[in-house]
Design a binder for this molecule. Structure first.
Ligand code: NOJ
Length: 501
């Protein structure tokens, strides 16, 4: 049976604003991405996922889309996008783009018309509000000039679309085709469980992303993905969709992954698991037993970088644990999503000045919540300031980089055997080499306290989350380890790949 490309793919998330700036305005762009394709090819990933680059007032970093078929001048032109897709394919990299169907920007012509009273039923306007809150804090309703309110589960600049209106459904099918015709290999679906709200918009007692509630995960959404799947399948080349789906359980998640719906969904349970062998084992067991095509992710542009998360739990351990978690994740069946900069071991930047912060989470909560800017600081390519090679010329990057980025830059790590960058390159190369010889299924091995051992055919992966070194399982050869092994022992906060015949 042929295995589709995405099933075991390593996908690299590019937060376009912060990856590489070619135009010299301090903001990353599509030409910048194109110039760095050789770096990504050398890193050894299979695909890139580009966060939104569409025309947008940037009320939420581009997740507020004013035109679903264009490119914001900040990021380039449609011709730049087309050139990027062609060049990515020439480098052996697939391209996934973000699609944002839950809400548009308030600058979208549809919403501008709605404000004038035309076609308001493309959005969710009501005379009175309910108790729903914006995910970014504050009420989810904003009043317009004539006294009605509109719903926005995120920023006021992101009005929720009304998916009960067939015009909205038709429009997004056309948008999918627009990008598929331009050669994209797949879509990452923003807030994929959000599109429908329960009829009558009843008040809620718990509105967390994960709760089963009138706000998220209405059954009608599955028909949308059945339609989308038919469109994807009508194109050659295994086009795919990965959902940003937050659910309570892996059973609920699996509903989105039925054979006629989405190909993949992010597995946030893995990202949320604490540093514990029992927690890791539970997530792995739940995932592989309920989900047809597993994915794994440790960081993205919405969460505190995993190095810093692990450090917060146990100061000083962050980088070692980040490397060990990564090696473990790359040994699991399914596909892995990486976030730009994790291959450099970048930490969350926690001390950004308030005036630099742009995330609506920070702004809407009036500074009570730090927001997500700390994981979005532009990538350090070279040692030297002002932008560590992010922007040409003397441009200041849109978020300031800390001095510590010099030591973590690509330039500093390239060719240094024990650097995090070279470790990622080796791990991805080994994964590629092993790909043909390991089965999808995983078997647990008896593990000492604090550790977790599993095997897939000739590959054994062992991770030590405990406080004491543990004896390695029987093996013929060490393939790769995240830290030094001494006398057949695996130290704490370390993972290893072993081969056995
Ligand atoms: C999820 C995106 O990843 C996040 O960055 C954005 O703020 C929300 N969806 C709203 O679009």
């Amino acid at each position: 049976m042929d295995i589709p490309w995405w099933r075991d793919a390593v996908v690299y998330e590019i937060y376009v604003r912060s990856f590489a700036d070619a135009s010299g305005d301090g903001v990353g762009d599509l030409v910048g991405v194109r110039e760095r394709l050789p770096y990504l090819q050398r890193l050894g990933v299979d695909a890139i996922w580009l966060t939104p680059f569409y025309p947008s007032p940037m009320a939420d970093g581009g997740y507020d889309v004013a035109d679903y078929r264009g490119v914001d001048p900040l990021f380039g032109t449609l011709a730049d996008f087309e050139a990027l897709v062609t060049a990515a394919h020439e480098h052996g990299l697939r391209v996934i783009v973000d699609i944002v169907p839950n809400h548009s920007s308030s600058a979208h012509p549809w919403f501008q018309a709605a404000l004038k009273g035309e076609h308001r039923d493309r959005y969710i306007f009501r005379d009175t509000t309910n108790n729903w809150q914006s995910t970014f804090s504050g009420p989810a309703w904003t009043r317009v000039a004539d006294g009605q309110y509109y719903l926005h589960l995120f920023a006021p600049g992101q009005p929720d679309l009304n998916w009960r209106n067939p015009e909205v459904r038709a429009e997004f099918l056309d948008i999918l085709r627009f990008w598929l015709d331009r050669g994209v290999d797949g879509f990452r679906i923003d807030v994929a469980m959000g599109l429908y709200k329960a009829e009558g918009l009843p008040d809620v007692s718990d509105q967390s992303f994960k709760a089963v509630s009138p706000v998220w995960g209405q059954p009608e959404v599955h028909d949308v993905y059945r339609d989308w799947r038919r469109v994807l399948d009508s194109y050659p080349g295994e086009r795919m969709a990965v959902g940003e789906v937050w659910t309570d359980s892996s059973e609920d998640l699996a509903l989105y992954l039925r054979p006629d719906e989405l190909h993949q969904s992010f597995n946030f349970a893995w990202l949320q698991a604490p540093w514990s062998p029992t927690a890791f084992k539970k997530v792995i067991d739940d995932t592989v037993s309920t989900v047809r095509s597993a994915t794994w992710v440790l960081s993205n542009h919405d969460v505190v970088r995993h190095r810093t998360r692990y450090d917060a739990a146990d100061p000083g351990t962050g980088l070692a644990r980040a490397r060990a978690a990564l090696l473990t994740m790359l040994a699991l069946p399914g596909s892995a999503y990486l976030y730009q900069g994790e291959e450099l071991g970048l930490p969350e930047v926690t001390d950004l000045p308030d005036e630099a912060r742009q995330d609506p989470v920070f702004l809407q909560s009036k500074g009570e919540l730090p927001g997500r800017d700390g994981c979005r600081v532009p990538i350090p390519w070279t040692v030297d300031p002002p932008s560590h090679g992010f922007s040409p010329g003397g441009a200041e990057p849109w978020l300031p980089q800390p001095e510590t980025f010099a030591e973590l830059s690509v330039e500093k790590q390239e060719g240094v055997a024990d650097s995090t960058l070279e470790f990622y390159r080796r791990a991805l190369a080994c994964r590629r080499e092993l790909a043909g010889s390991i089965p999808y299924t995983l078997e647990w091995l008896k593990s000492p306290e604090g550790a977790l051992f599993f095997t897939r055919g000739p590959l054994i992966c062992a991770i030590n989350c405990g406080l004491r070194p543990v004896r390695l399982p029987a093996h013929d050869e060490v393939i790769l380890s995240t830290g030094a092994l001494k006398r057949g022992l695996l130290p704490p906060d370390t993972a290893v790949w072993l081969r056995r015949s």
